[in-house]
Design a protein around this ligand. Structure first.
Ligand SMILES: Nc1ncnc2c1ncn2[C@@H]1O[C@H](COP(=O)(O)OP(=O)(O)OP(=O)(O)O)[C@@H](O)[C@H]1O
Length: 460
């Protein structure tokens, strides 16, 4: 059995502090795999815990298969949770750990077949009679998943189940989780702050920031059509290049985007997307260029839709199969708050939560002040995504740098090249920018180009 989950304007407030989750709405279909993605502290785990019934909903409504479920006890929800820290009973064998929920449910029955079947699915038959302490991290996490699966839940809730594992094992288990949940056809809500994990696992990815849902879309769409600059910057490696810019739209002559020391001329006739940029004339905007939107090549090699820029090589990051070239084009990078908010460590959070809920003995008093200061400094910033770090300039006048602003950081654009391209640090290189892959965001960070119907790089 699998079930539909609907959250309608769900909020969570802890005490009188700002809301950890703010008017969160999301409908998940039966059998769907939805990933909650966002930086540390954005409220992902809180949403998951409210679905599980481990956290009371302050406001809003939770529906399970269309039925109100705010006050349903956790065990009546038919859900299984898998956490980051495995949470196995160390004094029980792995067999007993996997069978534990079954034993609780049905003490009199023999569960051997179900336990062995589950272990076979996860490839851990050979370790069933060992103890968790005798297993590797990956095996332990498989046992934890086995315990969640054995009961045949109608929903899996997974809270960063792979984050304690090394990268290779993480990739491996990620593929297994994907296969397993599809085979079982069970609705899955998976929490992570790792965008690559989210993109590879989810049927849909729900991006959160400061307790609020920013966008929920299939992975390809969340990458190709980010609704705002926060989503654009959170998704994709290397991170999208975000540059402060001003639209230059003379009554006569070619429209262009002023990037500081250089301009991007917009090809004529203007596309409908670019035509709409005219109304931004003189206002500060943010230009987004993913690393695949620009390449190092001479103007003579320009393909239709490509325009020339140039940059000074600051640094080359050799990656084996490719190199990332960090360039200075003389523009000013846009700053997106919250991307990697320095939230308290998860462990410290858990300690505090445990202390607050009376579980365990750790009071966390020693770290409290520091934690609180850090929280205050990096606290929730919700509302519109303000990506610029200075006030909007007067209309009709291009932005100027004020003297106390940091100088243009050395590199403002990262492009990919083949691993063998010889580049000299400090040397100037020609660039071609593909305007079909140009993103423009307004000063609140909302995407204004491309329009929703125009999806670069998406074969639909
Ligand atoms: N029991 C609690 N009491 C007070 N505040 C809490 C409690 N639990 C969570 N919070 C706060 O609510 C906010 C959201 O926390 P949550 O754990 O949901 O974020 P998250 O996105 O899952 O972060 P992480 O990835 O670090 O776990 C944070 O600011 C956190 O400090």
């Amino acid at each position: 059995m699998t079930r539909a989950i609907s959250l309608h304007n769900v909020s969570k407030a802890y005490g009188r502090t700002q809301r950890a989750v703010d008017r969160f709405s999301l409908s998940i279909d039966p059998g769907e795999f939805v990933v909650l993605l966002g930086p540390s502290g954005c409220g992902k785990s809180t949403v998951l815990r409210m679905i599980a019934g481990l956290e009371e909903i302050t406001e809003g409504e939770l529906l399970l298969d269309g039925e109100p479920a705010n006050y349903l006890a956790p065990r009546e929800r038919g859900m299984a949770m898998v956490f980051q820290n495995f949470a196995l009973y160390p004094t029980m064998t792995n067999r007993a750990n996997i069978g534990f929920p079954l034993k609780l449910e049905n003490p009199g029955r023999d569960h051997t077949a179900r336990v062995e079947n589950t272990a076979r699915m996860l490839g851990i038959e050979s370790v069933l009679d060992r103890y968790p302490g005798q297993l590797s991290g990956g095996e332990r996490q498989r046992v934890a998943m086995g315990r969640a699966i054995s009961r045949r839940p109608s929903v899996f809730l997974m809270d960063e189940p792979l984050s304690n594992l090394d990268a290779k094992l993480r990739n491996h288990l990620r593929a297994e989780i994907s296969q397993l949940t599809r085979e079982l056809g069970v609705t899955t809500v998976y929490v992570t702050h790792d965008q690559a994990e989210a993109m590879s696992l989810g049927d849909r990815v729900a991006v959160m920031r400061g307790g609020r849902l920013q966008q929920v879309s299939p992975p390809r769409e969340v990458y190709a059509l980010p609704e705002n600059v926060f989503v654009a910057a959170f998704i994709g490696t290397p991170r999208i290049n975000l540059l402060q810019a001003v639209v230059h739209a003379p009554l006569e002559g070619r429209m262009s985007i002023d990037l500081g020391r250089q301009r991007l001329p917009l090809p004529e006739p203007l596309s409908p997307d670019h035509q709409l940029l005219r109304i931004q004339q003189g206002r500060q905007i943010i230009v987004g260029l993913r690393s695949e939107a620009a390449r190092i090549a001479a103007p003579s090699q320009a393909r239709p839709g490509e325009v020339a820029l140039s940059g000074i090589v600051e640094h080359v990051e050799y990656q084996g199969h490719e190199a990332l070239v960090h360039l200075n084009t003389g523009s000013q990078p846009a700053v997106v708050p919250d991307l990697e908010s320095a939230r308290p460590e998860r462990a410290a959070q858990r300690r505090r939560r445990a202390a607050g809920s009376g579980i365990g003995g750790a009071s966390g008093g020693g770290v409290g002040v520091l934690e609180r200061l850090r929280e205050r400094a990096t606290g929730h910033i919700s509302g519109p995504v303000v990506a610029l770090d200075e006030p909007e300039p007067e209309r009709g006048r291009p932005a100027t740098r004020t003297p106390d602003r940091p100088a243009i950081t050395a590199s403002d654009l990262v492009v990919r090249t083949g691993p063998d391209m010889r580049l000299r640090t400090g040397g100037q290189v020609p660039l071609l920018v593909d305007l079909a892959h140009l993103y423009v965001f307004d000063h609140y960070g909302r995407r204004i180009c491309p329009l929703p119907k125009d999806i670069p790089g998406l074969d639909v």
